[in-house]
Design a protein around this ligand. Structure first.
Ligand code: TD4
Ligand code: CA
Ligand code: ZN
Length: 307
């Protein structure tokens, strides 16, 4: 059943677990996500970036989710706009049927971010839609970064407190050292968990971890053995994800792991059967491989058996 992001994340916040927010760009990805949720009895957040919406068309994005939500009414699912870049983009998503939106104005000054977020919250709440905002900038914490630089880039807990109070935003993404994609850390993985705990204390709302892909060994191996190259890549280890959840993270954004798992399988099949051209012979196994990665994540985040 399609529900608001707030409903899913308030429960996770109260009970102290994480829910994966999985990106999709087509039916195959979305179906893989739903199959994992069904298997693990996990609530779901599925999310589309503006790029994904451009690729599918907004009606298709919403239509796919509504169709699967109806087919599997037992699964509580929220449809979220990932990294909405403007008020207009958020309104469009809400109009089209999204039940959760992110207004990402974190690259603006604090006051401007606050003002823009507040505008979105007013409309979204009138429509029963949850809102996510971001404070700080996504980046890896490198060992040689100065304290000043770190403070400039990462979330400030006191600012977070004021921000949440003023905007009434439903969930917040605090920058604590993650980044998008497959190359998250130059040296050892490192996140600012202390800062995270402070933010949770100061805000007491669901928190969001962006850039949370782990690139698990099995996924890396599958990609490499198919002939892929992932030199220098590093994800957020599972143990870090679990510590982040202990520290107050409830929404765990995941895209890269899904992409890598899917493409590894497509390439393996292409290599092994060079006369094959039935799309289904590629996409069914690739979707299954993706689904396994998602199901494993649901166990690790603690969302399995929550519906
Ligand atoms: O917010 N996200 C997903 C980012 C999706 C980007 O989509 P486009 O290519 O369409 O812009 C995350 O935080 C995912 O983090 P990850 O660790 O999986 O990269
Ligand atoms: Ca941002
Ligand atoms: Zn993100």
């Amino acid at each position: 059943m399609l529900v608001s992001g707030t409903e899913i994340l308030q429960k996770a916040h109260k009970e102290g677990y994480g829910v994966g927010a999985f990106n999709f760009v087509n039916f195959e990805m979305l179906n893989a996500i739903f199959q994992a949720a069904l298997q693990k009895h996990s609530p779901l957040i599925v999310q589309a970036s503006e790029g994904a919406i451009k690729y599918m068309g907004i009606e298709m994005a919403v239509g796919l989710v509504k169709t699967l939500a109806q087919k599997y009414p037992e699964v509580p699912v929220a449809l979220h706009l990932d990294h909405g870049t403007s008020y207009e983009s958020c309104i469009k998503a809400i109009r089209a049927g999204f039940t959760s939106v992110m207004i990402d104005a974190s690259h603006h000054h604090f006051e401007e971010n606050l003002k823009e977020t507040k505008r979105v919250v007013e409309v979204a709440h009138a429509c029963g839609v949850g809102v996510e905002a971001e404070l700080g900038r996504l980046m890896g914490i490198e060992d040689n970064i100065s304290v000043d630089e770190k403070d400039a880039a990462l979330v400030n807990p006191k600012e977070a407190e004021e921000f949440v109070k003023e905007t009434k935003v439903d969930y917040l993404a605090p920058a604590i050292g993650t980044s998008h994609g497959a190359f998250k850390f130059k040296g050892e993985p490192k996140l600012d968990f202390e800062r995270l705990v402070q933010v949770k204390k100061c805000t007491n709302i669901p928190l969001v971890l962006h850039g949370a892909s782990a690139i698990p060994d099995t996924v890396r191996q599958a990609f490499l053995s198919s002939g892929g190259d992932l030199k220098g890549s590093k994800g957020v280890p599972f143990s870090f994800l679990q510590e982040a959840i202990k520290g107050g993270i409830n929404k765990v954004n995941t895209d890269t792991d899904l992409r890598i798992a899917f493409i590894a399988e497509v390439r393996r099949i292409a290599n092994e059967n060079n006369s094959e051209f039935d799309l289904r012979k590629f996409f069914s196994p690739a979707s299954l491989a993706m689904s396994k990665v998602i199901a494993q994540r649901m166990e690790i985040l603690g969302s399995a058996d929550k519906y």
